[in-house]
Design a protein around this ligand. Structure first.
Ligand code: GLU
Length: 303
């Protein structure tokens, strides 16, 4: 299968950071950026950048550019060209057509309320539909009750029975946008990504991605899910919850805090060093085994 890297960049380790430009980087997304960057560089790997701009109504103008600028100011330099998911729609369409020609997916117009009434796991009731409904519909992938299991670099063994615990999941949304699960599986394979370090909130999505990889004949990368930041209510620090953007004027302080959060114990003497120097220290001393599984630090303590 052609991958984006086969022609130019090569390394044994290919990692990535894949922000959704729903706003500028906040401290939560910075953690995923720093962890994936340092892990890639400590393994002499490539760190690619993919802009997951698949949901225009949720993307304020200029957010993608702002994220790129913030990463540069934090000295997090990516390898190669940025891949924009908005430029990849025909690839997703092709994959969807192939799933459809294999009769692995089906249209479904069930509402959120109906799915809630099913116990939140879709029960497959539209599988037998033979033509698309009049009303707006999503496309779901048929799932079998197979166990998926992977050994997460941070969280350890994770198992899920995709058919039983997740059910037939959406690959194209009712609003016609491609679903994250489909795009991410297609692009990780396209970019030749073999190690994915990202936030813990995506642990639960991983089995769906592994399931898609197996159906599509893609290799499965290694995964590591680092802790995310939650507020006092246990909610994820996210752009939707108006997490403040990181102020890159404090780049070195931010990197220092991120490394502490990731259990790397950067020496106090490094606190005043510039971001690049701190990152270099982290690359030389990186221990993924030291990353805590969970770190429910209230966001206020990080101000
Ligand atoms: N785009 C996703 C986000 O910003 C991350 C996707 C991934 O790392 O797989 O939450």
């Amino acid at each position: 299968m052609p991958t984006q890297n086969s022609s130019n960049l090569t390394a044994e380790y290919v990692g990535r950071f894949a922000p959704s430009p729903t706003g500028p980087l906040h401290f939560g997304s910075l953690i995923a950026a720093v962890a994936s960057y340092v892990d890639a560089k400590a393994n002499r790997g490539l760190w690619l950048l993919r802009m997951e701009d698949l949901d225009p109504p949720r993307e304020p103008p200029g957010a993608a550019e702002k994220i790129l600028l913030q990463l540069q100011q934090l000295q997090l330099e990516w390898d190669g060209e940025v891949l924009y998911q908005s430029q990849r729609l025909s690839a997703y369409e092709e994959v969807l057509e192939s799933l459809s020609s294999r009769q692995l997916c089906f249209p479904c117009s069930c509402t959120r309320q109906q799915i809630k009434a099913m116990g939140s796991i879709y029960d497959g009731r539209c599988r037998k539909r033979n033509k698309p409904p009049q009303e707006a519909f999503a496309i779901r992938l048929k799932t079998d009750p197979v166990e998926t299991e992977f050994d997460d670099l941070v969280q350890g063994l994770f198992q899920q029975n995709i058919g039983r615990d997740v059910g037939d999941f959406v690959v194209r949304r009712k609003d016609n946008f491609f679903a994250y699960q489909l795009a991410v599986a297609v692009d990780d394979a396209f970019q030749g990504i073999n190690t994915i370090i990202r936030g813990f909130d995506l642990l639960d999505s991983t089995s769906r991605q592994i399931y898609l990889q197996s159906i599509l004949g893609y290799p499965t990368p290694r995964y590591g899910h680092v802790p995310i930041i939650v507020n006092e209510q246990g909610e994820k620090l996210s752009k939707q919850r108006f997490a403040p953007p990181v102020d890159t004027k404090n780049a070195s302080q931010l990197i220092h805090l991120a490394l502490q959060f990731l259990g790397q114990s950067p020496p106090d003497g490094l606190r005043k060093a510039c971001a690049a120097e701190q990152l270099q220290w982290a690359i030389e001393h990186w221990r993924i085994q030291a990353v805590p599984k969970l770190a429910n630090i209230p966001q206020d303590s990080l101000r």
